[in-house]
Write a protein that binds this ligand. Structure first.
Ligand SMILES: C=C(O[C@H]1C=CC=C(C(=O)O)[C@@H]1O)C(=O)O
Length: 398
């Protein structure tokens, strides 16, 4: 791949097995991924025709990579890059601590702590009057730094925090860059083999080894977290089951750890019945899973619209790549942020079920924000924030 210094057209998606590094834009695809699993729908038509154009222009094996928003009625942020290459994972260089500390000028929460907790209570109250069993509520932390961000260094520090995760970098339509390291695989397809690794149910890592082990054991024994996790798995079973000749789902979840959190994790593997179905079609069929939206999906989505005072945009959408053969890998767009000049928007959410405690859910999203904050050399407890906008959340969704 030719070297380029044009950060605005650099894309990256690095999984534990291999890294896809791209630069230059041959084509952009903004068609919304609404009903993106339909082979004859507008979205798949846009993907196919752009790939064909790239082939006619001389690319032998074009790929599509980028991000799709949480709300698939919004424009996609996908690219057919001009150049790309696959790289084997390289050992991480030692952390010299260079430029690890960002200098913070301003921080704002959307919503603030009290409003978030009120939204959690409101969601739980909604559960009594509706069919909703789970809703994922989230928060944006907006930071202004007094020094510029080096995205390459940031990505390196993110990888250090979760070498088993999916690291990504995608240029956004507004000139910002989406950067993060997701621990959650929505869907991978290679030939007819598929894999999905949904996560739901979380606990903060502890500095002390014994306390950390106790925390992990508590998570593995938590009925509330198992319920939260089961809602995700059952939905995925319903969606993928009919598309597969085989689908192996573990009877119970296991633990997966990042440097900031423990999660309940299920590794699903299967064989797809129709080999022509692409990774992107399957990912669109799954999205949004109850790990980022809720259960049932449509009612949870309405509740989120009501109580979340911001537009998620690309957060909790999907990020990854797909080739012309239909192979591909899509991660859930979490543990991430958007970076534009000195302004950074970080995102974190938590699954709310009837047994959720507002204080614990706030602590959980603080811990989730820790992944990005640590990469900037910032500490959540040091941030004095103020609210930009709070909206009352007192209606009932049915
Ligand atoms: C929505 C997020 O996490 C999801 C993924 C893993 C565990 C989750 C949880 O325990 O609530 C969330 O469903 C986030 O990190 O912003």
């Amino acid at each position: 791949m030719p070297r380029t210094h044009d950060d605005a057209t650099r894309l990256q998606f690095v999984s534990p097995e291999r890294g896809l590094h791209a630069s230059g834009v041959m084509a952009r695809i903004t068609a919304p991924a609404w009903e993106g699993w339909q082979p004859d729908g507008d979205f798949q038509h846009a993907i196919r025709s752009t790939m064909e154009l790239a082939q006619q222009a001389g690319q032998q094996a074009p790929i599509v990579m980028g991000a799709i928003p949480f709300d698939t009625r919004q424009p996609s942020c996908l690219y057919v890059p001009r150049h790309y290459e696959w790289r084997e994972p390289t050992p991480l260089p030692a952390d010299t601590g260079d430029n690890a500390s960002a200098s913070l000028a301003e921080a704002s929460d959307i919503p603030q702590e009290a409003a978030f907790k009120q939204a959690v209570r409101q969601a739980i109250a909604n559960f009594q009057h509706s069919d909703i069993r789970k809703a994922v509520l989230s928060r944006i932390l907006e930071l202004r730094l007094s020094n510029a961000v080096n995205i390459d260094q940031l990505l390196m520090r993110l990888r250090r925090q979760n070498p088993g995760g999916y690291q990504f970098r995608v240029p956004m339509a507004d000139g910002a860059t989406l950067v993060g390291v997701s621990p959650e695989l929505l869907l991978r397809k290679e030939g007819t083999a598929i894999r999905s690794n949904p996560l739901a149910g979380s606990a903060k890592r502890q500095a002390d080894d014994e306390q950390d082990r106790a925390m992990a054991e508590r998570l593995l024994a938590s009925a509330k977290d198992h319920h939260e996790h089961r809602l995700v798995i059952e939905e995925i079973r319903q969606v993928l089951g009919p598309c597969c000749t085989s689908l192996d789902i573990p009877e119970s979840p296991s633990l997966i750890g990042t440097s900031a959190l423990w999660h309940l994790s299920s590794n699903l593997e299967g064989r797809i019945a129709d080999p022509a179905t692409t990774a992107l079609q399957l990912a669109c069929r799954l999205h949004p899973t109850p790990a980022v939206c809720g259960y049932p999906t449509e009612s949870a989505r309405k509740l989120i619209d009501l109580v979340e005072p911001f537009d998620r945009g690309l957060f909790t959408g999907m990020v990854g790549w797909c080739d012309a053969e239909g192979n591909g890998e899509w991660a859930v767009t979490i543990r991430c942020g958007s970076i534009k000049h000195d302004t950074i928007r970080l995102f974190a959410g938590a699954g709310i079920v009837e047994a959720s405690q507002p204080d614990a859910e706030w602590a959980e999203i603080q811990a989730k924000l820790g992944t990005m904050l640590n990469a900037f050399g910032l500490d959540a407890s040091q941030l004095a924030t103020h609210s930009w906008c709070d909206r009352p959340a007192d209606e009932v969704v049915s």
